[in-house]
Design a protein around this ligand. Structure first.
Ligand code: MG
Length: 383
């Protein structure tokens, strides 16, 4: 049975310049969401009663842009060192003295409720709690690239955050810390002040984004769900000399009538992608009453849907379009259509299918009154 979490507050440190990751990494997007927002949301969802985010004074606008639609957090200014930043955060937080405070590094975005629960519960019989992972690789000392002995890894742990303490314990420990010495983390500060810091199970996903390549690794660790959406569209035939289908113009003795270029294949596909995201339909995003879409190339609609997917940290897996008509013959144009869609969607060709069928002269497509299109899209979204 899951025990409910004791009340807690949090200080999130995002004041570093993150130069090793190629600039301020905490504002960069990770799977469609700013790095800093991942842990802020995890802490607020985990029940943080109060949350102070410590940032460099000049980064206040960045923080506000990333978090403006969330409530329950406030800002404090960072200091010259990490320790100064944490002290500023604690000062902004204030008491109560016995309240549990989690100190977390914004560069560790993939924080889970389980880790929050483990450090909080460990505080019941310790002065501090530290999530950590055992060292799996064997360790060696080396001098100038030449091995100079082995290190026993049995007693070694890789420290992570969030680290948990009582408010007063941490404030007093920092007050006792010798000036001029650099504190790597709060667990060290509390331990030096004589506190008993318990090590609890960390999480491999809590990796610290340090180098640019770490972003790709973190993205790969984010749980994703597969979703499927479907779309359908039909347009009426009218006088004309060519028709647009799946982004390709085909010479024909009629055209499809519509407000835009009437590309039913692209419309069905746009709806399939929006459908997979639960994000309305093409008419919601591009109302047919809006004159700016008159005669518009339907590429725009499709690209818009893909941009909305990307903004949510999602990606397309594959698409499958079926065109339903007696004429024109689709087969000679299928390859061009697949190539066009693959280019528009940045998908490999084997993830793009265009098929065609007739309805054996039955129904509105069979009588040549109009053309219909169906589409399926498979997407991945952060779970
Ligand atoms: Mg349409």
């Amino acid at each position: 049975m899951i025990r409910s979490l004791p009340p807690f507050a949090a200080v999130v440190v995002a004041a570093g310049s993150g130069m090793r990751a190629g600039g301020a990494k905490q504002w960069r997007s990770l799977a469609g969401k700013p790095v800093v927002r991942w842990s802020i949301e995890a802490l607020l969802d985990g029940g943080a009663e109060d949350l102070v985010l410590v940032v460099a004074p000049e980064a206040r606008p960045d923080a506000e842009a990333c978090l403006s639609d969330l409530t329950g957090w406030r800002l404090a200014d960072g200091g010259a060192t990490r320790a100064d930043s944490v002290r500023n955060g604690l000062e902004a937080l204030g008491g109560p003295e016995t309240r549990a405070v989690l100190v977390h590094d914004a560069a560790r975005p993939l924080l889970t409720a389980s880790v929050i629960g483990r450090v909080l519960h460990a505080l019941e019989d310790a002065d501090g709690a530290l999530p950590a992972l055992p060292v799996a690789d064997s360790l060696r000392r080396a001098t100038d690239g030449v091995m100079a002995g082995a290190v026993n890894r049995e007693a070694l742990w890789r420290a992570q955050t969030p680290q948990a303490f009582r408010f007063r314990t941490l404030v007093d420990a920092y007050a006792a810390w010798p000036t001029g010495e650099t504190a790597t983390d709060e667990a060290t500060v509390v331990e030096r002040a004589g506190g008993r810091v318990r090590i609890v199970e960390g999480d491999a996903r809590l990796l610290k984004l340090t180098y640019p390549e770490d972003f790709a690794m973190a993205e790969a660790l984010i749980p994703r769900q597969i979703r499927v959406g479907q779309g359908f569209d039909a347009h009426r035939w009218g006088p004309g000399t060519s028709v647009w289908l799946c982004g390709v113009e085909i010479a024909h003795d009629q055209t499809l009538i519509g407000h835009s270029d009437a590309d039913a294949g692209l419309h069905a596909l746009t709806d399939a992608i929006l459908g997979a995201m639960g994000d309305g339909d093409i008419g919601d995003h591009f109302p047919p009453t809006d004159p700016q879409w008159k005669g518009a190339s339907s590429d725009l609609f499709l690209i818009h849907a893909v941009e909305r997917l990307t903004a949510r940290g999602g990606r397309l897996v594959n698409v499958d379009v079926t065109l339903i008509c007696e004429r024109p013959k689709v087969k000679p144009h299928r390859q061009a259509m697949r190539e066009r869609l693959a280019a528009l969607l940045s998908l490999p060709l084997d993830a793009v299918s265009v098929k065609a069928t007739t309805t054996e002269a039955m129904g509105f497509t069979g009588r040549g009154e109009g053309l219909a299109a169906q589409a399926l899209a498979t997407i991945e979204l952060p779970a």
